[in-house]
Write a protein that binds this ligand. Structure first.
Ligand code: XMP
Length: 317
């Protein structure tokens, strides 16, 4: 019978046999899958696992540092790379969602390839691929699609010529979480809402600037912290704030303001394929709206998205 403990035991033995003294490079995203894959590999081969965590400047507020800290705390051999400016430069002036995704994918591959080159004699690429990713290999979204579109424009980056090791590729998401729990991984990492690879770039409609990212990070942090303190975070499948490229009139004291709008999105879902908007309590929405408008400079209006998928999507881009 499948249990997390038996899975861990056999997988670590298999990884040891397969990898021996070889070196593995693995990109961590802060999400559940890559974290669980990293801890399994770490238990099998220790410091021969070289983890790379890229700050693309599009993560949630303070997420880069706190995730890096918790990975270091877990004893992983991890290198953090601040590549914010490279991503912002590549995104400057882009408004089309697919062009933004492609630019982010391209820069990620460049940054990751540079970092992988620094690991002398590496022969494997570790990945947190899970079973649904395997069967959905023709998915339009996600890192594999990014990598595919990269193929078409140029040669294969060197790290993609490595042999691939995917310790989770027989598991479903809930099994990955159970394995993560049995491995003692921080519940904050295991219970995280899904977060798209292109991050806040697809939650800022239109072009991206560091100023807009800063505003959205502040609003999003207020939103998520309130979901946590109200005890509803775990019953929401995914939530996030969206920066709308719309200005509207407001008043502050005797002054008229003309500032941007933040939209709040929260959905219930099983797998992201269909979703219903969450009926968050009005008093919670009122508190979040007040806090955002009173504290985030540049925002004078907050709206709540009451659309379900289909026909709307979860993200706005
Ligand atoms: P949609 O907006 O299509 O989102 O209803 C469904 C799920 O997919 C996530 N998503 C992405 N994840 N790269 C990703 O890694 C992407 O480009 C991307 N676009 C959407 C979204 O956050 C939701 O969980």
């Amino acid at each position: 019978d499948w249990t997390p403990d038996s899975f861990i035991e056999t997988t670590i033995a298999e990884l040891k046999a397969k990898l021996g003294n070889d070196k593995v490079v693995l990109g961590l995203s802060g999400g559940v899958d890559s974290s669980v894959a990293a801890v399994l590999l770490h238990q099998a081969i220790g410091a021969n696992l070289h983890c790379i965590f890229v700050d693309n400047g599009l993560l949630r507020k303070d997420e880069y540092q706190s995730v890096l800290d918790s990975y270091q705390h877990m004893g992983l051999n991890i290198k953090g790379i601040d590549a914010k400016q490279r991503f912002y430069d590549a995104l400057a002036g882009l408004t089309d969602p697919e062009k933004k995704r492609k630019a982010i994918g391209r820069v990620f591959i460049e940054v990751f390839d540079d970092a992988a080159h620094e690991v002398q004699g590496v022969s494997w690429l570790g990945q947190g691929t899970i079973y649904p990713d395997v069967i959905e290999s023709i998915s339009v979204k996600g890192p594999s699609a990014t990598i595919k579109s990269h193929h078409n424009v140029g040669g294969l980056p060197d790290f993609m010529k490595l042999k691939v090791v995917e310790p989770l590729n027989t598991l479903f998401k809930d099994e990955v979480r159970r394995v993560g729990k049995a491995l003692g991984i921080d519940p904050n990492i295991l219970g995280r809402h899904p977060f798209p690879g292109p991050g806040l770039a697809i939650r800022i409609l239109g072009d991206i600037t560091p100023e807009k990212v800063d505003i959205l990070q502040q609003a999003d942090a207020i939103y998520i912290n309130n979901l946590r303190s109200a005890g509803v975070y775990d019953s929401v499948w995914q939530a996030g704030a969206i920066y709308l490229p719309v200005q509207s009139v407001g008043v502050m004291g005797d002054e008229r303001t003309y500032e941007n709008v933040i939209c709040l999105r929260a959905v219930e879902s099983l797998d992201g394929m269909t979703a219903d908007w969450c009926h968050l309590p009005y008093n919670l929405l009122a508190k979040i709206s007040n806090e955002i408008i009173n504290n985030v400079k540049g925002i004078n209006r907050v709206v709540y998205d009451i659309s379900s998928k289909p026909p709307a999507t979860i993200e706005w881009e």
